[in-house]
Design a protein around this ligand. Structure first.
Ligand code: SF4
Length: 220
């Protein structure tokens, strides 16, 4: 872990630990991910969202104290969101510890995730989110497994089914669960994605196609 002081990392030459966009504060835990989405900025050599550089080497991944202090240093906000150019649940213990610490601030906490936490960790992690996370936003990105494979290039077999299962289980432990899909992704039927969300009993939101500044990524 690189940080021992709670210095906020806005516009740092290293990857930012914490960044503010509009009325939300984002926490960047890792650049690691279990997907290789073709539309992800990182696969277009873009590691910047708005003016924040987000690439974190493994050795630069922030510890719990740094994340908590950075979130608080960022000041008042309407929501705190776990989201980087990587998958937050890859660092599940850190995510849960930070969420537990920040609960006392009474600011809603959202997890933006690819929904593969259960598959990666080999167990159902959704009960561990209970009482810590207020909203889970899950990237569905396709209405069937074949298109998901094509656009998201998962590292693990059975990923599409795992995302659906994660959303179904999360619904029982988190007050608000949303599936999302990107408008304009070739072959993807947005209405069918919405019907999937409806069948599971969660919310659905359409995200815009990625812009070069990474603006769409932050709402995944
Ligand atoms: S899940 Fe998110 S971070 Fe991972 S490759 Fe896809 S868009 Fe990028």
């Amino acid at each position: 872990m690189r940080h021992t002081s709670p210095t906020i990392s806005f516009e740092s030459p290293e990857g930012a630990v914490c960044y503010r966009l509009e009325r939300a504060v984002y926490l960047n835990l890792t650049s690691r991910c279990s997907l290789r989405c073709r539309f992800c900025p990182r696969f277009h050599h873009l590691w910047t969202v708005d003016r924040y550089y987000l690439r974190l080497a493994r050795s630069e991944e922030p510890d719990v104290n740094t994340l908590v202090a950075s979130a608080r240093d960022a000041g008042a906000c309407e929501e705190r969101i776990f989201c980087g150019l990587g998958e937050p649940t890859m660092r599940l213990d850190t995510l849960l510890s930070v969420a537990r610490a920040l609960r006392t601030d009474r600011i809603p906490l959202r997890l933006n995730t690819n929904g593969l936490g259960n598959l990666v960790h080999g167990r159902d992690i959704t009960p561990e989110l209970e009482g810590r996370i207020d909203h889970v936003s899950i990237s569905l990105n396709a209405h069937n497994a074949a298109l998901y494979e094509r656009h998201c290039r998962p590292l693990l077999a059975g990923s599409y089914e795992a995302v659906l299962d994660f959303a179904t289980r999360a619904r029982d432990h988190v007050p608000r669960v949303t599936l999302t899909a990107i408008e304009g992704l070739e072959g993807v039927d947005i209405d069918a994605c919405a019907r999937t969300a409806d069948r599971i009993g969660v919310e659905f939101r359409v995200r815009p196609m990625e812009a070069t500044d990474g603006s769409a990524f932050r709402v995944r």
